[in-house]
Design a protein around this ligand. Structure first.
Ligand SMILES: [Zn+2]
Length: 88
């Protein structure tokens, strides 16, 4: 049986992999079970998750979705063509 401090060190090393979904099912369960009664690791998961989502959210907004939508609207409004058949 691994000791609790071994679990803690292992979990700290795998927090980012866990949040990014790169751990196998057994490793995920090990980390989740440890995080249930380890304040540090529970907090670490939440912090890491927030960070990952923030990075992904920024990338999606700035890089792809918003500009495409805005351009489509501008084109439709400017062309005065047929809004009933949008070019999507
Ligand atoms: Zn821990």
């Amino acid at each position: 049986m691994p000791s609790r401090s071994d679990d803690h060190r292992w979990s700290q090393q795998h927090l980012s992999h866990y949040v990014e979904g790169e751990l196998g099912p057994r490793a995920r369960r090990r980390l989740e079970r440890h995080a249930l009664d380890c304040v540090d690791c529970g907090r670490g998961i939440r912090a890491m998750r927030a960070l990952v989502y923030a990075v992904q959210g920024l990338g999606g907004l700035a890089g792809v979705r918003a500009p495409a939508t805005i351009f489509d609207r501008v084109r439709l409004a400017g062309a005065g063509g047929s809004p009933s058949s949008p070019n999507v």
